[in-house]
Design a protein around this ligand. Sequence first.
Ligand SMILES: NC(=O)c1ccc[n+]([C@@H]2O[C@H](COP(=O)([O-])OP(=O)(O)OC[C@H]3O[C@@H](n4cnc5c(N)ncnc54)[C@H](O)[C@@H]3O)[C@@H](O)[C@H]2O)c1
Length: 321
Amino acid sequence: MPLLEPLARLFPFTMRILISGGAGFIGSHVADAYLSLGHEVAVLDNLATGSLDNLDAGAKFFQADITDLPRLQQIFGEFRPDVVSHHAAQISVVDSIESPAYDAGINVVGSLNVWQCARDCGARRFIFASSGGAIYGQVETSPVPEEQPANPMSPYGLSKWAFERYLTLLHGFSAPTPVILRYANVYGPRQGRQGEAGVISIFGRRLLEEKPCVIFGDGSMTRDYVFVKDVVKANCQALERGDGGIFNIGTGQQVSTLELYGMMEHLAAKGAQNPQFAPQREGEVLRIALECERAAATLGWKPETPIVEGLKQVMAAMKSA
Ligand SMILES: NC(=O)c1ccc[n+]([C@@H]2O[C@H](COP(=O)([O-])OP(=O)(O)OC[C@H]3O[C@@H](n4cnc5c(N)ncnc54)[C@H](O)[C@@H]3O)[C@@H](O)[C@H]2O)c1
């Protein structure tokens, strides 16, 4: 064991934090923030959708698949995290419908592998990136609070909810303490085209290339778009607060696909392009926004970035890439 390890464990402000999926869009921003707070950070990722380009040199990197339990045991035994931030996942709704067993193999069984290793190495906290956009299903009233019964419309939403239920159940038996963050549609620099808010990175790239964008449905579908820097702040608050809780992390505001397209077209400042329309996709919720009063009261967290400001930053990052 390295000489400094016992000191790091005694000094409560410096934590050893392992981020699964930390080479991906959200996880890499969380890793940057934890490093800047002075924590020791390790990233565990199979690079399925993540990239080494997203990683800060200060983070230790382990290439591994969360479905490979023996490899995870080896990594957790070596790094011995105090806190695990679990962001690794199969994130495609479409793929989850096509291959639900594959989705559950990663998002349920793989997630349980990560939890089991966290427990066995004595981690005290387990922060889970869940999905408010996919768990509640189609709701009557919006913004939707955490008390709303889950009613997922896709295997992806179901697998996220199933692992939440495991976390809550297992909390009754043993450490680590879970904190469940139900993200709305997260957007920001480094986002790929696959995820729940991938529409922003897809529209952005196509508008800058002056190619037409495709809108699924009639454009009236709404989402709650939350900027990644705000999501990162929630992950920082969750290091110390929110024991055992479930928290919506969004803005409470619904934005329609047509409104989003209009804002992005304006920011792209290219010639006007008419969007193309295609049939609504299966498994998609039509309207949703998340109520975030609980996160305000318990985590001391509120979203701070207006959507136009966040979109400006995304478009600027895309233009300079
Ligand atoms: N982006 C959103 O709007 C959103 C909304 C709600 C919840 N989430 C959740 O947040 C998390 C991060 O999402 P993201 O948007 O950053 O996606 P992402 O694809 O950029 O990140 C996922 C990361 O997990 C890694 N990964 C995938 N399968 C793995 C496996 N089997 N073993 C190890 N690593 C694996 C990928 O390589 C990638 O780096 C996911 O759990 C996702 O479900 C995202």
